[in-house]
Design a protein around this ligand. Structure first.
Ligand code: ATP
Ligand code: F1X
Length: 309
């Protein structure tokens, strides 16, 4: 089950070359349902698994988002809101450079946020995992995910958090089973620059000491690092990048689909991530895209390897 507190209608526009201040004629365009939790649900369903997505959605743009999600066969639970769903725009160039503009999103009232949490709680009974992912909408406090983790502790569900800024660090302290920061988010959470695999593992251990069970850190083309109770592993898979939007969400979905712990799940995660980055827009990969992608898993990490691209 996924919660996307600040979903979007994602618009991807392809151009030959982006030049600030110029008129561009698009060479391609697509509209897809967006937001990190929604993307995780799309990736799971694309691979034959079940996923329910809880989504606050208002206005005509909200209607549009819900109808797009139904086209993808997602089991959607809509929570109506007064203000409309946002649109996020990605401009993609042929070398896969993405320029992204995300709106801040609709303001959700206290009552709407409460209904969102109550709705999630009333649909959680059969969920093994609850993925709370993406930015928070204006109106939600930085402890929104932390409060949710506390409420979910009374259920059997394991909580995954993938968010950024102060809400990320606050949610880590509430003890989620798993967090999926990218390099920037991990750096922000520990308050320092991370240059090597050793730095990433140390930062991940710091998050585990704060309260996170497992840390799955995504490192773009450098793959991912998994730090859990049982050990530390690094993995990567090569890709011909086309659009990185949603690659982290596909990576997380692959990890959960393969059991949510250990090196085999990490290998599946980076295979899904590499497949996603090879597809246009925020298209989630299916089995034919993941295929027999070659994945390298290092049981002994190269501690001094650089993690910046
Ligand atoms: N150029 C690339 N080549 C191979 N794999 C890639 C590449 N870029 C990304 N990936 C895969 O996708 C995963 C996620 O990438 P990244 O760290 O950019 O996630 P992210 O910033 O969370 O992305 P998003 O927020 O758009 O979903 C990586 O862990 C890796 O497995
Ligand atoms: O603004 P947020 O919530 O941080 O991120 C939203 C977003 O950029 O994340 C997804 C890719 O991971 C996109 O579908 C969506 O547009």
């Amino acid at each position: 089950m996924t919660l996307t507190a600040n979903p979007s209608v994602d618009r991807t526009i392809e151009v030959d070359r982006l030049i600030r201040g110029e008129l561009h004629r698009a060479t391609g365009a697509r509209v897809q349902p967006g937001g990190k939790g929604i993307n995780v649900a799309r990736a799971l369903v694309r691979n034959g698994l079940k996923a329910r997505a809880v989504v606050p959605a208002g206005g005509a743009d909200g209607d549009h988002l819900i109808s797009l999600l139904r086209d993808y066969n997602i089991d959607v639970v809509r929570v109506p809101t007064a203000e409309p769903v946002r649109s996020n725009i990605s401009v993609v160039e042929p070398d896969a450079t993405v320029t992204k503009v995300n709106e801040s999103g609709p303001h959700l009232s206290g009552a709407e946020l409460e209904t969102l949490c109550d709705t999630l709680m009333s649909h959680v009974a059969d969920a093994e995992w609850v993925v709370a992912a993406g930015s928070l909408p204006p109106g939600a406090g930085e402890d929104f995910y932390a409060d949710l983790i506390a409420r979910l502790a009374t259920t059997g569900a394991k909580v995954v958090v993938d968010t950024s800024g102060p809400a990320f660090r606050t949610s880590v302290k509430a003890g989620p089973a798993l967090v999926k920061p990218n390099l920037d988010e991990l750096e922000e959470a520990v308050g320092r620059q991370l240059d090597t695999v050793r730095d990433v593992v140390d930062a991940a251990q710091e998050l585990r000491a704060l309260g996170a069970g497992t840390v799955l850190a995504s490192l773009g083309s450098k793959g991912a690092v998994l730090v859990e109770e049982a050990g530390v592993w690094c993995a990567n898979a090569s890709a011909e990048p086309r659009s990185s939007v949603g690659a982290g969400d596909a990576m997380l979905a692959g990890f959960l689909a393969a059991g949510g712990s250990g090196p085999q799940a990490l290998a599946t995660a980076v295979a899904w991530g590499a497949a996603a980055v090879s597809l246009p827009g925020s298209t989630m990969p299916g089995p034919e895209d993941v295929g027999a992608r070659r994945v390298r898993v290092d049981p002994r990490p190269e501690w001094d390897e650089k993690v910046r691209e």
